[in-house]
Ligand binder design. Structure first.
Ligand code: AMP
Length: 128
C-alpha cells in the first residue's frame, strides 16, 4: 500500500485542499515552493501513462481546477506542472506555484510551519 493510499484512507494526515470521488489534492510535505500541491487518483496506479485515458483526462481536469485555485491564492508567476514518481509509486501531479526556474528543480525547498500549511489549505479550498 502506498503512502498516498494511507493518506486517502485517513491512516496518516495531510493538508488537504480538494477531494472528489476519484481524486484528492494535498500539499507536498517537502515543498519546492509555498503551495506545492499533489493531485492524486484514489486508485493506486504506479505510472501515469498506464492510466486509462478517461481517468487520465479526469486527473488533468481535476489538476487544472486545483491549479486555478492555487493561482488565485498564492503569489506566483504561474503554476508549474511536473510528474516524477521516483519516490512514491502512486500517480501524482505536482502543481508548483513558481516565479523562478529553480523552484521546478526539486532541489530548492521551503519549510512552512504547520499553521502556514493549515491556513493556506483553507484559503485554497475556499477558492475552488
Ligand atoms: P516523486 O515520487 O519523485 O514525484 O516524489 C514524491 C513527492 O511526494 C515528494 O515531493 C515528497 O515530498 C512527497 N511526499 C512524500 N510523502 C508525503 C506525505 N506523507 N505527504 C505529502 N507529500 C509527501
Amino acid at each position: 500500500m502506498s503512502v498516498f493510499t494511507k493518506i486517502i484512507n485517513g491512516e496518516i494526515p495531510c493538508y488537504k485542499v480538494a477531494e472528489d470521488d476519484n481524486f484528492i489534492a494535498f500539499f507536498d510535505i517537502n515543498p519546492n515552493a509555498l503551495g506545492h500541491t499533489l493531485c492524486v487518483p484514489k486508485k493506486e496506479i504506479n505510472y501515469i501513462f498506464d492510466m486509462e485515458d478517461e481517468l487520465y483526462l479526469k486527473l488533468m481536469a481535476f489538476s487544472k481546477k486545483v491549479a486555478t485555485a492555487l493561482k488565485k491564492v498564492v503569489p506566483c508567476e504561474r503554476i508549474g506542472v511536473a510528474v516524477v514518481g521516483l519516490e512514491v509509486p502512486h500517480v501524482h501531479v505536482h502543481l508548483i506555484p513558481i516565479s523562478k526556474m529553480s523552484e521546478m528543480t526539486f532541489l530548492e525547498k521551503v519549510h512552512p510551519t504547520d499553521e502556514t500549511f493549515k491556513d493556506l489549505a483553507n484559503k485554497v479550498s475556499a477558492a475552488l
